[in-house]
Design a protein around this ligand. Structure first.
Ligand code: ADP
Ligand code: MG
Length: 325
C-alpha cells in the first residue's frame, strides 16, 4: 500500500521530533505551526541549506549519508556564528515514498539531532525531484554572535581540522570507489562533515571574525576580508593542515590546491589576535595558524617564504559548472 503524506510524516518524522524535543518546544510536529519559547535575552540565529540531487550529490546516494551531509552543512553555519543549536525544520521533496529510504534517512537524522542537541520541530513533505532543505535555528547571547566583518590588521588567520578532504572525497565519488589510492576517510569527510559547534562557542569570546569553509578557503577568507573593510592576507602554504589520507591518495600539490579552493570542508576559518590564541589550546579540535591579516587588500600566497600562485579560487554555483553535473 502506498504511504500517504500524513502517514509518512507520522511514521518517519513525528518520532524524531518527539525524541529530540525539549522544554522550549511547546508544540512540535502535527499542527499548522510549531510553537517555540526562546530563552530570555538570547538572539535567534537562523540559516537554511538545500541539497539538490545532481547538483550537490550523485543519484542513488544512500539516504543516511544525505542526512549527515544536510545536517552537517546546516549546523556548520550555526557553528560559524558561535550559536548553540536549538531547532530544526526540514523540507523534503521526494520522487516516491520509499520506505527503506525514509527509514535510513530518519534514523540517521534522529542520531544527529540527539548528538547536536537540536529539536526537529516541523517541516514540509512534497512529491518532486529529490531535494532536501534544512533550516536551523540557534541562540547567542545578545550582541555576541561571531560575524565576518570584525577582522583586524595583524590578526592571525586560523582554520580548524584539515582542508581539502571533502573535495578529495567528491573526487573519489566521481571516479568510483575502485580508484587506486581511494581512502574511505575522504568520502566520509564529504558525506559526514563535523560541524565545529564547540569551537564556535569558544571563539565568541576571542575571535574577531569567523566563517565556515563551504566554497573553499580562498573564497571564504575573501568574504571575511571584504566584509572587514577591504583587508588582505598573507598565507603560508606549508602551514595548510592536510590529512594523511589526502596526502597519501593525491600528493601534496593536489592536496594544497583542494585545501585552498575545494569547497564543503565545513571547517571554521577565523581571525584572532595573536595573544588570544592560547585560550583555544584546550579544545579537542586541531587549529592551524595559516597566515596573517594585512592592510594591503590582496591574498598573497607563500611557500616557505617564496611568493607563489595557484589557479582558481573557490566554488560558485552560478559561475562554474557543478562538479557532480
Ligand atoms: P500544512 O498542510 O498545514 O502545512 P503539513 O501537512 O505540511 O501541514 O504538515 C503537517 C505537520 O507535519 C506540520 O506540523 C509540519 O511541520 C510537519 N511536517 C511535515 N513534513 C515534515 C518533515 N519532513 N519533517 C518534520 N515535520 C514535518
Ligand atoms: Mg505543508
Amino acid at each position: 500500500m502506498p504511504l500517504g503524506e500524513f502517514e509518512l510524516i507520522q511514521r518517519y518524522f513525528a518520532q524524531v521530533a518527539e525524541a529530540s524535543s525539549d522544554a522550549s518546544v511547546v508544540l512540535g510536529v502535527g499542527d499548522d505551526c510549531a510553537i517555540l519559547t526562546p530563552p530570555a535575552s538570547r538572539q535567534l540565529v537562523v540559516s537554511i541549506d538545500t541539497l539538490v540531487e545532481g547538483t550537490h550529490f550523485l543519484p542513488d546516494t544512500p539516504a543516511d549519508l544525505l542526512a549527515s551531509r544536510l545536517l552537517g552543512a546546516a549546523l556548520s553555519d550555526l557553528a560559524a556564528m558561535g550559536a548553540q543549536p536549538a531547532w530544526l525544520t526540514l523540507a523534503l521533496s521526494l520522487p516516491t515514498a520509499n520506505a527503506e529510504w525514509l527509514k535510513r534517512f530518519s534514523e540517521r537524522l534522529a542520531e544527529l539531532c540527539l548528538e547536536f542537541k537540536i529539536a526537529l520541530v516541523g517541516g514540509d513533505t512534497t512529491r518532486g525531484p529529490l531535494t532536501l532543505t534544512a533550516q536551523v535555528h540557534g541562540f547567542v547571547p545578545e550582541g555576541a554572535a561571531l560575524v565576518r566583518s570584525g577582522a583586524q590588521v595583524d590578526d592571525l588567520i586560523c582554520v580548524s581540522g584539515t582542508l581539502g578532504d571533502s573535495r578529495a572525497g567528491l573526487e573519489a565519488q566521481l571516479k568510483g570507489v575502485e580508484q587506486p589510492g581511494f581512502a574511505p576517510y575522504l568520502s566520509e569527510r564529504f558525506f559526514a562533515p563535523s560541524p565545529r559547534i564547540a569551537l564556535g562557542l569558544s571563539l565568541r569570546e576571542f575571535a574577531h571574525s569567523c566563517i565556515d569553509i563551504s566554497d573553499g578557503l580562498l573564497s571564504d577568507l575573501a568574504h571575511i576580508l571584504k566584509a572587514s573593510g577591504g583587508l588582505g592576507a598573507r598565507l603560508q602554504l606549508e602551514a595548510l593542515p592536510l590529512s594523511g589520507a589526502i596526502l597519501k591518495s593525491y600528493g601534496q600539490d593536489q592536496a594544497r590546491q583542494w585545501a585552498l579552493t575545494g569547497g564543503e570542508d565545513f571547517e571554521l576559518c577565523f581571525t584572532i589576535p595573536a595573544e588570544k590564541l592560547a585560550n583555544l589550546a584546550h579544545l579537542p579540535v586541531p587549529i592551524a595558524v595559516i597566515g596573517k591579516v594585512t592592510q594591503a587588500p590582496d591574498i598573497c600566497l607563500f611557500d616557505r617564504g617564496i611568493p607563489c600562485e595557484i589557479s582558481g579560487s573557490g566554488y560558485d554555483h552560478f559561475l562554474k559548472q557543478s562538479p557532480v553535473e
